[in-house]
Structures are given as C-alpha cells and as structure tokens.
Design a protein around this ligand. Structure first.
Ligand code: IMP
Length: 419
C-alpha cells in the first residue's frame, strides 16, 4: 500500500492509533498532517499502553515519523512526549517536523481556556490545548512557525511582537493573567535548542519516499464530523481533518494518495458539545461507556455514546473517498442482545433521508430511524460469530464499502482482517 490515509469517520476516538500502529508495521513512514496535541491516540502493545498526543503512532514501530506543515505543534508537549518515549526505549530521532508547521504558544492555551470559560453554556467543549487560537493566528498570518526556532533572534522578536497584542487581549477582554516576555522567551529559547535537530523539509522527504516506492501512512487526527469545513460547525476542531488534506497538509499532490481507510467504531462516541442524533438515552449509554472505556485520552472527559449512525458514516465515505473501512471495538457490543443501527434520519418536515443534512438546523432536529439487528453471545476471536458477521455485512451493504478490518479488543493483535 504505497500511500494510504487513515481517517476518522465519526467524531474522533475511533481507534485510529491502533489501526495506524498495525499498518505501520508494514510501512516505512508515518505522517501526521493536521491537528496538534488535541489528538489522543492510545496504543497497547504487549500489555504496555502508549498514549500519544503530538507524535505519529508510527514511533511505536520505530518508523520515520513526519509532522507535516498542516499541524500545530506545542513544543512543550512534543519534547516531553519524546523524552517519555525515549525513557521507554523508543528512538525519538525518527521524528521530522515541518518548518512550516505552526507553534502553539502559551497564550494560545490561555486564550482557548479563557474563551471557553467566557462562552459558558455556549462553549464548544474544546480540549483547551490552544488548537483553535493557534490556527486562527496562522490564518491571520501572525503565527510563529516551527522554522522560527532556527534563529534565536527572530524567535525572540516574534514572541515580543505577539505578546504585545496578546497580553492586551488576555487582560482586557478575558480578564486573565498576562505573560512576561522574559519568561516566555527564555522558556521557548530552551525548547528551540532542543527542537532544531528535528526540523526538516517534510514535503520533499515524503515526495522522495513515495518516488522510491516506500509505503507511507498518513495518520488523520480527529475526524470528518470535526472537520472545520465539513463537520458539525461550530462544534468542530480548527483544521481540515478529511483525507484530501493529507496531501495538502504534507505538501504532495492529491493524485499521490492510493487508498483511504476510514476508521469507525461499531457504535459512536462524541466528546464535547453539539448535536448527536444517535446518543443513547438511559442506562445503556453508561454500559457502553464502561465497556468501551470511553473517557478522553487527552482530557479524561466522559465521552457521549450512541448507536452506530449509518447516515453520518455514509457522509464520511463520501467526503473522504473512503476505499475501505476498519470497524473498531465490535467486542463492546457483545454485551447487548439487540443492536439498533440508525439507517435514516427523520427530518422536521416528516421526510426521511439516508443522506447527511446539508443544513445545521436539519441536523440539530434530525431523529434517528433505527433498524434493530440481533446481537451475539459467542466471544469474538479470529472468526467472527454469525451475529457479528451479520452486523458487519449490514454496514457493508448499506454503505457499499468493504469492511477490511474489525477491531475486537484493545491489544494490537485483537484485529480480524476480513480481506
Ligand atoms: P479543539 O480541537 O481542542 O479545538 O476542540 C474542538 C472540538 O473537537 C471539541 O468538541 C473536542 O472535544 C473535539 N476534539 C478535538 N480533538 C479530539 C480528539 O482527538 N478526539 C475527539 N474529539 C476531539
């Protein structure tokens, strides 16, 4: 598989890390192309748990790990993650960071927190890691980039210019503490020294790798319904999470991508606020949360849990050009004798649709129409029991896309390859 994108097909936390980790073993390079330390990828290998936020999951298999231009990088998080991984015997020198990626600065984190506080009940429910404010500064062309760490004078000057404005915002608009120039500058000079060896031309690097016939994985963070343009705005993240952005976020042409694997849970979860038609009402939600350990990797927050939503998944297939699906955490559903699956939405005017509503108010008021599938009691091992196979085939038929992998447990080896 020369160039394969792995993309979240729901609201994030689908288990992309595990699928990337699995496929990374047969790949040469693993790239992140968007997002920052808001992503939380959990990988369990030989009973050891790795929680990654900023570094691509390929590091676990010692593969070259690229952090592309479309990413935002918190140097404190990145460096401490690399230190931690090194302590656990992994090699941090496999990481290359694009000089064009933007830095998350401490004021981004402070503004993210303050703005969520100010929004109160209307808050987005962000991870409060400074993602939105960092991308906003990038779009406003006042961001500080990774390549700015290469020149201490430029870095200091940019911090000074930015702080002059950000401190006014923090104090006057958000009534938050301002930052001291000397504190920030000296801290970031320290990070800069450590970051320099990791900075590289990642577009050129990935292009060469592909020309040499190497296998490159593009690891999406978050997911289609959190995409800035195509997600459930404003309850979205601030980057383009869809598969097409794998090319743009790294700096290669879209025609270089060969396959797009969508990762979806066998049910659905959502963190943060926003509409969620198939959210389970009653005790079954808590049961799914407990069985699926549905608590945020980054924030520890409870995830909202719902039944599988084929309307939203059909949209994910369309928007990403998904060529096959990995259906994860099917084992969690073993506890339920009957499994509702949402096949259509009923809209306000009483009409029913299989297609994701283009307008927000239609989506907000959409009612799920369920078909109930039988569960199974047998354990999920190398061969799926009939009920589980029926569930998977139902998804394939509804979406006209093959399910190539099924996740049956947290461990790396708990995956059934159907094709
Ligand atoms: P932000 O990305 O921190 O700005 O958060 C914006 C929205 O995206 C919030 O609803 C978050 O809960 C959600 N979000 C961001 N990253 C993830 C993730 O890795 N998994 C699930 N939700 C996420």
């Amino acid at each position: 598989m020369p160039a394969t994108v792995i993309v979240g097909a729901q609201w994030g936390d689908e288990g992309k890390g595990k699928i990337v980790d699995l496929l990374a073993q047969d790949s040469d390079v693993v790239c992140r192309y968007q997002g920052g330390p808001n992503a939380g990828h959990t990988i369990i290998v030989d009973g050891e748990t790795f929680k990654l936020r900023q570094v691509p999951s390929g590091i676990i298999s010692g593969k070259t790990c690229v952090i592309g231009a479309g990413c935002v990088v918190d140097p404190e998080v990145l460096l401490s993650e690399l230190d931690e991984l090194e302590k656990r015997g992994l090699d941090p020198s496999v990481v290359v960071v694009s000089g064009n990626a933007h830095l998350i600065m401490p004021w981004h984190v402070a503004i993210d927190q303050a703005s969520e506080r100010r929004l109160g009940k209307l808050q987005i429910g962000t991870t409060r890691r400074g993602i939105g404010p960092a991308y906003a500064d990038k779009a406003a062309r006042i961001g500080i980039r990774v390549q700015d760490v290469l020149d201490p004078k430029i870095l200091r000057q940019k911090i000074e210019v930015a702080l002059a404005e950000k401190n006014v915002w923090l104090e006057r608009v958000y009534e938050a503490e301002p930052f001291e120039l000397e504190d920030v500058a000296s801290r970031y000079e320290g990070y800069a020294r450590r970051l320099r060896p990791y900075v590289g031309d990642t577009s050129l690097f990935v292009d060469r790798a592909l020309r040499e016939g190497r296998d490159v994985l593009f690891e999406g963070a978050q997911a289609v319904l959190l995409d800035l343009d195509h997600g459930t705005y404003p309850f979205v993240t601030s980057s383009s999470t869809t598969a097409a952005n794998a090319a743009a976020g790294i700096g290669i042409g879209p025609n270089r991508i060969d396959y797009v694997i969508g990762v979806a849970k066998a049910y659905v979860t959502r963190v943060g606020a926003g509409p969620f038609p198939t959210e389970i009402q009653g005790a079954a939600q808590e049961r799914v949360r407990e069985l699926g350990a549905e608590y945020g990797t980054v924030t520890g927050r409870e995830r909202r849990c719902g039944w599988l939503d084929l309307v939203a998944l059909r949209y994910a297939v369309r928007v990403n050009g998904i060529t096959s699906l990995a259906l994860t955490k099917l084992d969690v559903l073993s506890a339920f004798p009957e499994l509702p699956v949402c096949v259509r939405y009923r809209l306000r005017d009483g009409s029913e649709t299989e297609d994701f509503p283009a307008h927000q108010s239609d989506f907000h008021s959409a009612e799920p129409v369920y078909e109930t599938l039988p569960g199974w009691t047998e354990p999920l091992d190398d061969r799926l029991p009939e009920g589980a196979r029926g569930y998977v085939e139902f998804v394939e038929r509804a979406l006209d896309v093959e399910v190539s992998l099924v996740g049956t447990g947290a461990e790396r080896e708990r995956v059934v390859a159907l094709r």
